[in-house]
Design a protein around this ligand. Structure first.
Ligand code: C2E
Ligand code: MG
Ligand code: MG
Ligand code: MG
Length: 286
């Protein structure tokens, strides 16, 4: 068995096998073992208000470390989606997010809503809403402690009726829904009418050259007005420079997330972020 597992791991790290069937198989096997050993963790990336720069919430991002190296989510999330492992993985991310919200509150900090990425397979599974509500209850949290992030492609899934039902239940329970990577998928604008979406997230692809590429600038501004005209809020991801921040601010975007404010923070380091902020806020009032 040990030999088999060793072979899997080396295949999983062999760059020559990138994207091969063998490699995906090895990644899936290693991921299954990691899930059973509770080795999937989360990092939290802050979101700030564009008008006062204050903290408003977080996005939870799955993290997997193998032999001291982080496996990029872009390598294991697609494998998890194809193998069905995204269902237990996504649940772990939800659970750790709500557990962290509880811990931060007990320490006297207000984390704001934690946005969790949710895949189609999770919403299609019967009982998703119930499991989310049970988690909120377990950690004594209000529905506003959680936000669900979906990519547009989730709305195009074959089982869109079941997905729509789950989203309406979550919305009715008070859980806000954000459309992630907005403008990069294949959904049509009519989906915004059909699903209870309350926030759009401008993809980092449009933010990167917002200063120099006229087309990206127009797309970003159009997403901001679309959101506001539909009574939604809008958050930009991948904000890395002060210039991008100022542009988004000047064009009325509500929130920003990106390396300029903070990289994703390991779950157990989040209190340091709040402590550091308290020091900054104290210095500002002096
Ligand atoms: P996403 O949901 O669009 O998450 C944003 C990604 O951008 C994260 O990558 C984050 O680390 C990265 N990022 C944040 N700020 C900046 C910045 O200023 N510049 C740049 N260049 N990048 C920035 P990450 O953590 O590698 O995650 C990649 C994708 O994997 C996520 O994209 C999401 O689609 C997926 N993912 C991550 N965790 C989960 C999960 O728990 N469940 C599901 N279903 N998908 C997840
Ligand atoms: Mg996201
Ligand atoms: Mg995104
Ligand atoms: Mg993205």
């Amino acid at each position: 068995h040990a030999k088999g597992r060793g072979r899997g791991i080396s295949c999983f790290f062999d760059p020559a096998l990138r994207d091969s069937v063998e490699r995906r198989q090895a990644t899936g096997d290693a991921l299954r073992t990691a899930l059973a050993a509770d080795e999937i963790d989360i990092a939290l990336q802050p979101q700030v208000s564009l008008d006062h720069r204050g903290h408003v919430g977080f996005e939870a991002l799955a993290r997997w470390t193998v032999n001291g190296r982080q496996v990029p989510p872009g390598d294991f999330i697609p494998v998890a989606e194809d193998s069905g492992l995204i269902v237990p993985l996504g649940f772990r991310v939800l659970e750790k997010s709500m557990q962290t919200a509880r811990r931060l509150r007990d320490l006297g900090y207000d984390p704001g809503p934690i946005a969790v990425n949710v895949a189609a397979a999770q919403l299609k599974q019967g009982g998703f809403t119930e499991s989310v509500l049970a988690l909120l209850q377990k950690f004594r949290l209000d529905a506003s402690a959680l936000e669900i992030e979906l990519t547009e492609n989730v709305l195009l899934d074959r089982s869109s009726d079941r997905i729509s039902e789950a989203l309406c239940e979550l919305h009715a329970a008070g859980v806000a829904i954000t459309l992630d990577d907005f403008g990069t998928g294949y959904a049509s604008l009519s989906h915004l009418k059909r699903y209870p979406v309350s926030r759009l997230k401008i993809d980092q692809a449009f933010v990167r050259e917002i200063q120099s590429d006229m087309c990206d600038a127009v797309i970003a501004r159009t997403i901001i007005s679309l959101a506001h005209n539909l009574k939604m809020t809008v958050v930009a991801e991948g904000v890395e420079t002060e210039q991008q921040f100022r542009f988004l601010q000047a064009h009325g975007c509500d929130y920003a997330q990106g390396f300029l404010m903070s990289r994703p923070i390991e779950r157990f380091r989040v209190e340091d972020y709040f402590r550091g902020k308290a020091r900054i806020d104290e210095n500002l009032t002096k």
